[in-house]
Design a protein around this ligand. Structure first.
Ligand code: DSN
Length: 411
């Protein structure tokens, strides 16, 4: 791809863009512009990353031409469970991908590698365990949760009876509140996981509470999955009934989802993905997921994730030294939230100003935000993409100082 200064490593096949231009000049040109934007900017979006060229190549392979509705099941039944002929190779590929993902998380959970996204993985996870109208106890979007964790504008908020636990004054998940609400509400499912939460999530405490009230326990580890794989965050395996993730964030794979479950929920999970939520699986993306899983088993990947976490602490510390407020006062993972509530501009204003200066991040609500999700009083900052490009602590400290000088000029 390209290094921290934006120089090409000469492995990405830029000729592909020229090839596309011959078929559609417009499309080729727009891809080229986006390629140059990604290459020249400092990318700090906490949910993004640069996957390897091998992952990109697998996703652009001939597997895109193949239909394979159903599941392989070759090993378990001796017969393909697909609704199409010619699946002998994609059957082996999908089973290989499943094996590799179990190896990444050192688990014997069932895994379904077909979800097209994290949202569809969550949709299927809920479907496997619940009926419409059932009660879920979860974390709101403005406290760090995700749309699919019960937002009123999302299927989750419309299909299920959502209740929410809070974060404390500092922004940490309030486990006492989780316990009290769980005992009070008696939810059928307790959900945890986050899109904008910078601290360790205590999966053991959540599992204990779910056990106390007889609730299912589901974890969306999309953001921290890479940290779980590399041992930099406690694992929810062995505790949660269902675990979902995306593969394109800290896992550094193709855009897509995975869903893991305790073996007793395997059939329900599979039928919730196909035929309930999806049709044909994207076998080319499943190939990319398999390559990603192999990469995530390597020592280099573990070193990378360690550096992501070390970089994030250094980055957050520099902001603290410069006098900024950070939700929870710091970070344990790959992201943190800058609290802009004391400034006379919004997260949106800062996002736009940084865009003009070649720094990409996203506006984000902070706990008890007085501004709307379209404006926000915070921005979310992540270190996974630039660590892939070779950034170390001092590089991130320098970016903090650059952002500080841009903010000073806005005041
Ligand atoms: N997962 C969200 C994010 O963190 O950006 C997008 O849905």
């Amino acid at each position: 791809m390209f290094n921290k200064k934006g120089a090409d490593s000469n492995t990405y096949n830029v000729d592909n863009i020229e090839f596309i231009k011959k078929a559609s000049h417009k499309v080729g040109e727009l891809i080229e512009k986006e390629y140059l934007r990604q290459k020249n900017n400092v990318e700090l979006i906490a949910s993004e990353n640069y996957c390897s060229e091998a992952v990109l190549a697998a996703c652009g392979s001939c597997l895109s031409w193949k239909y394979a509705e159903g599941y392989p099941y070759v090993r378990t039944s001796g017969n393909t469970g697909r609704y199409y002929g010619g699946t002998e190779f994609v059957d082996l590929l999908e089973e290989y991908a499943c094996d590799k993902w179990r190896e990444v998380f050192k688990t014997d959970y069932h895994v379904n590698v077909q979800p097209h996204s994290g949202s569809q993985a969550n949709f299927s996870g809920y479907k496997a365990l619940l009926n419409p109208g059932d009660t879920i106890l979860s974390l709101t979007l403005d406290n760090g949760g995700h749309l699919t964790h019960g937002s009123s504008v999302n299927f989750s908020g419309k299909l299920y009876d959502m209740h929410f636990y809070d974060v404390d004054d500092r922004g940490f998940i309030d486990m006492e509140d989780v316990r009290n609400k769980a005992h009070d509400i008696k939810p059928k499912l307790i959900m945890t996981g986050a899109s904008a939460y910078s601290r360790i999530i205590d999966f053991e405490a959540f599992a204990e509470i779910a056990n106390e009230v007889g609730a299912y326990f589901m974890v969306d580890m999309a953001h921290i999955a890479g940290l779980v794989a590399a041992g930099e965050h406690p694992s929810p395996f062995g505790l949660a009934d269902i675990i979902t993730t995306t593969t394109h964030k800290t896992l550094r794979g193709p855009r897509g989802g995975l869903i893991f479950s305790k073996p007793e929920f395997a059939k329900k999970v599979d039928s919730a993905v196909f035929p309930y939520a999806q049709g044909g699986p994207l076998e080319h993306v499943i190939a990319g997921k398999a390559v990603c899983a192999e990469e995530a088993c390597s020592d280099d990947y573990k070193k990378y994730i360690h550096q992501v976490v070390v970089n994030c602490k250094a980055f957050a510390d520099e902001f603290l030294k410069l006098g900024y407020k950070i939700v929870t006062g710091g970070t344990d993972n790959h992201l943190f939230m800058l609290d802009l509530s004391e400034f006379n501009f919004s997260g949106k204003d800062l996002q736009e100003k940084l865009d003009e200066n070649g720094i990409t991040l996203n506006k984000n609500c902070i706990p008890c935000d007085k501004k709307s999700p379209k404006e926000t009083s915070g921005v979310r900052i992540g270190t996974a993409p630039m660590t892939t490009r070779g950034y170390v602590e001092e590089d991130f400290r320098e970016v903090a100082r650059r952002i500080d000088s841009i903010i000073k000029a806005m005041k």
